[in-house]
Design a protein around this ligand. Structure first.
Ligand code: PMP
Length: 397
């Protein structure tokens, strides 16, 4: 049976991590990761998470199954974080949320749901995008195309090309949009550009599928959800995948949520019933531990306040690393204008380094960066930033 099974390609990021782990050079730096590291270069356990975990351990509750759609208060909290408490989808019962296995699980559940409704729709993702978007939507049965996004010349967004591509797509296409902190480029549309996009999506009856995996890492929790809130007010069908993997540093606990915005409250229970059916036949019900932590934080004002502060601390540390990187690159003799690093949002920076330069950094300096030039700014710290800046300056010469 298995003789004919071909070897699947290695995941590029996990492959790079494996290479990093086996590299014996003691000064090695891994900027290829997609996680937040603290000032000591460690993945943090947020104090608020540790405290809530302690409370939960003290309660020593039995480990029953969760409902198919997860913890009710978790889903309500996820909706509010996304939409605010006064948005029309919430007040009009047009938002349906189910707990998911991380942001990936939300994307997959949403993709499978859409596949049952409009199997022939085209799915458009950004060029470039998170490397799993294409594979995930193709596995769900869709044809996936890429809309122009990054402009290597301006190191910014090619908004005109993006819009004209979306205009030319067949009506009612599914458009995957990074709500904030675009992965991998760090470049987001401006508020004015989101307004133009909203009008375009409405006119073309496209279905936005917004992916929000870094809420709180850009400007702030509410600010980072502004694009979601804007589109949610358009009265169009829409899906949103939320991930709390980064914002709670609960990567392995698989904390995410899928929110579907319907156009009429009467649709909502039917949509929920179908999402539950998909979940039931896929993984039956979601895991308990992470969602209990997150819903406890959502439900207790002091804990919530503490979490927003800890999130703010992570956001500000990344911003300070961006500033220091730009200063240090200049100090090490880089003459090119690197200020674009300051404009980018979230954990990542598209550095503009070529594949050749990336390989030189890996071979000669033990600095690991993705072949695309994506740097995880959240992996920089006071101990490694000088070495990194000096090495980048050298390969840019
Ligand atoms: N979407 C984007 C844009 C991401 O960067 C990631 C994680 N790197 C995800 C979704 C998936 O998140 P999770 O780990 O919660 O599945």
């Amino acid at each position: 049976l298995f003789d004919s099974v071909p070897q699947a390609p290695r995941d590029p990021i996990l492959g790079l991590n494996e290479q990093f782990n086996t590299d014996p050079r003691p000064h090695k730096v891994n900027l290829g990761v997609g996680v937040y590291y603290d000032a000591q270069g460690r993945m943090p356990l947020l104090p608020v998470v540790a405290q809530v975990e302690q409370d939960l351990a003290d309660q020593s509750a039995a480990r029953g199954y969760l409902p198919i759609d997860g913890i009710h208060n978790y889903n309500l909290g996820a909706q509010q974080l996304l939409l605010g408490s006064t948005s029309s989808p919430l007040t009009e019962q047009r938002a349906v949320t189910v707990q998911s296995l991380g942001g990936t699980g939300a994307l997959k559940l949403g993709a499978d749901f859409l596949q049952s409704l409009c199997p022939n729709a085209t799915v458009a993702i950004s060029n470039p995008s998170w490397e799993n978007h294409r594979a995930l939507f193709e596995k769900a049965g869709f044809t996936v195309v890429e809309y122009p996004y990054y402009d290597a010349n301006t190191r910014g967004l090619d908004f005109e090309a993006m819009c004209s591509f979306l205009e030319q797509l067949p009506d009612q296409s599914i458009v995957v949009l990074h709500a904030c902190c675009h992965n991998p480029t760090g470049i987001d549309p401006t508020a004015e550009q989101w307004q133009v996009l909203a009008e375009l999506l409405v006119a073309k009856q496209h279905i936005p599928f917004m992916d929000i995996a870094y809420q709180g890492f850009g400007t702030g929790l509410a600010e980072d959800a502004a694009a979601v809130r804007l589109l949610a007010e358009q009265g169009i069908p829409m899906l949103v995948s939320s991930s709390f993997s980064k914002s709670f540093a609960l990567y392995g606990e698989r904390v995410g949520a899928l929110t579907v915005i319907t156009t009429d409250a009467a649709q909502s229970p039917r949509v929920l019933s179908q999402l539950k059916r998909l979940a039931r036949t896929n993984y039956s019900n979601p895991p308990t531990h992470g969602a209990k932590i997150v819903s406890t934080v959502f439900g207790q004002p002091e804990r919530f306040q503490q979490w927003t502060q800890e999130l703010q601390h992570m956001r500000e540390r990344i911003q300070s690393m961006r500033q220091q990187l730009v200063v240090k690159l200049k100090e090490h003799g880089v003459v090119q204008n690197m200020d674009f690093i300051l404009q980018q949002k979230g954990m990542f920076s598209y550095s503009g380094l070529s594949q050749e330069q990336v390989h030189t950094l890996r071979d000669e300096d033990a600095i690991y960066i993705l072949d695309t030039g994506r740097i995880c700014v959240a992996a920089l710290n006071a101990h490694n930033i000088d070495t990194v800046a000096a090495a980048i300056a050298r390969v840019l010469r």
